[in-house]
Design a protein around this ligand. Structure first.
Ligand code: PMP
Length: 307
């Protein structure tokens, strides 16, 4: 495996060995995509390892579950605690946390109600998602020929594994064409998001980002970035964006737990601004990482200590 895996995985109240965390091939999730999940980062902070916005992520996990009529047998507090315990048990500092709730083994066919829910939490070490150089130099991306799903097909506000078939189409096409990521439009033709990132656009000092109605996942990093920009004195406009607005923008960047704040230096081989990380992007990035070195004060509950 190309990643440094944890040794133990939490499964419904118990820690089991990484290699024992297996499911039956006839589990509902394998056939029908019936899982909701989260992606969370633990950072090495000046106060020791701490999970970033853990409760907000678990809250979103429960909202995803609610949309899909999944009654998780654990409380938000229990899953929050289980995430912390799992990082501790694996003796990890900076790492990625992946809680997942899915419909397991029980009956066959689309109706999910007779399949028991299972909850797992895995952790592993993960570096910069779009490459080590990406944070500084930016990435070259394309618009995808695939749209995000229409709002009355799959609910974009739920972080459901089935949504990621769409993300995979976007990602594979981008990679095959030599780009590191793709940006999808929504079914109305407006900018939506990357395969696993939200997007911010800056022109003449005005910051814009697609609204929730553009089939985006309500990113927690998106929310963090909006609060940073607001503190820096920028108004962030959540508005429908035509594709060409990105080509002529001064700066464009991705936000996401995995991608953090990643500058986009070109789209469809058109340089964005001067083709380098923009000034406002650099400030947002610096402020984002200041959260973890203690230079930036954050609201109560945004950093959950591991120790
Ligand atoms: N959009 C999609 C499709 C994603 O998968 C992610 C990553 N979870 C994001 C946006 C960014 O969300 P967050 O900032 O909460 O990680």
């Amino acid at each position: 495996m190309g990643v440094n895996t944890g040794k133990f995985i939490w499964h419904d109240g118990q820690h089991i060995k990484w290699e024992d965390a297996n499911i039956h091939i006839m589990s509902h999730v394998i056939h029908y995509g019936s899982s909701v999940f989260e992606g969370i980062r633990t950072y090495d902070t000046n106060q020791g390892p701490a999970v970033f916005r853990l409760r907000d992520h678990i809250q979103r996990l429960y909202e995803s579950a609610k949309i899909y009529r999944m009654d998780v047998s654990w409380t938000v507090d229990e899953i929050v605690e289980a995430c912390v315990e799992t990082v501790r048990k694996n003796n990890l500092g900076a790492c990625y946390i992946r809680p997942v709730v899915f419909r397991g083994y029980g009956s066959f066919g689309v109706n999910p109600f007779n399949n028991p829910l299972e909850t797992y939490i895995a952790v592993w070490e993960w570096g910069a998602y779009l490459g080590a150089d990406a944070l500084e130099s930016g990435v070259d991306v394309c618009f995808s020929s695939w749209n995000r799903f229409a709002p009355n097909t799959l609910p974009a506000m739920a972080k459901c594994s089935a949504n990621y078939m769409n993300s995979q189409l976007i990602k594979m096409e981008a990679i095959k064409n030599g780009y590191s990521e793709g940006i999808a439009l929504d079914t109305n033709g407006y900018v939506s998001e990357g395969s696993g990132e939200n997007i911010f656009v800056i022109k003449n000092g005005v910051v814009m980002t697609p609204p929730l109605t553009a089939s985006i996942l309500p990113g927690i990093t998106r929310n963090t970035v909006i609060s940073i920009l607001t503190d820096l004195g920028y108004e962030v406009k959540e508005m429908q964006l035509p594709r060409e607005m990105l080509y002529i923008a001064d700066e464009v960047f991705f936000s996401g737990t995995a991608a953090e704040v990643t500058p986009i230096r070109s789209i469809d081989k058109i340089n964005i601004g001067n083709g380098k990380r923009g000034e406002i992007t650099a400030r947002v990035q610096a402020e984002y990482f200041n959260i973890f070195n203690g230079k930036r004060k954050v609201p109560e509950g945004w950093l959950t200590p591991i120790k």
